[in-house]
Design a protein. Structure first.
Length: 175
């Protein structure tokens, strides 16, 4: 009967099951995924994996849940994001404990956080692993450039009567 009702309402996926609700409540209490899933009644053999799969299923349903709650993309932008992007704060200037002047200024940290949250929700950032790999590649490239520069300086030094690097850089070869 519940399946027929969901089909009439245009929903193919069931709403949150009691197990999933309990899993979320357990996670909210601070339990690990494994403990929360075990307590919610998921697989005894692999509760962590079962809990992880349940969380993935919940995550896939979140856009639908938000839309049903009236939090469509358009509503979020109009009601929440735009006001945050125009946020201001009041700065107070005091002398000897007495406020002499106030100024309303843009609340840049609030604006930055609103944009950051929007980009995260939309998946606009690269995954953390990819960001770390990029940082590593830049570091390796910078080291290679620095080593090349040192070699050029050493070549100049060998052609010069005045040593260029002896006072500035302690190289491993000199130690």
């Amino acid at each position: 009967m519940a399946i027929a009702k969901r089909k009439r309402e245009g929903r193919d996926k069931p709403s949150l099951t009691p197990k999933r609700v309990k899993l979320i409540k357990n996670l909210k209490k601070g339990m690990t995924i494994t403990d929360a899933a075990r307590d919610a009644g998921y697989s005894v053999k692999a509760p962590g994996q079962a809990g992880w799969h349940a969380l993935q299923a919940i995550q896939q349903r979140m856009p639908e849940v938000l839309d049903r709650a009236g939090l469509t993309d358009e509503a979020l932008v109009e009601k929440h994001l735009k006001p945050l992007l125009n946020a201001t704060e009041t700065k107070f200037f005091a002398f000897q404990g007495e406020v002499h002047e106030t100024r309303t200024v843009p609340a840049l940290s609030i604006r930055k956080d609103a944009l950051d949250l929007t980009f995260r929700l939309k998946g606009s950032y690269a995954p953390i692993e990819q960001q770390l790999q990029h940082i590593h590649e830049i570091t390796v490239l910078e080291r290679a450039k620095a080593a090349g520069s040192l070699e050029k300086i050493r070549a100049l030094q060998s052609d010069s009567e005045n040593p260029l690097l002896s006072e500035v850089v302690d190289t491993p070869e000199e130690k």
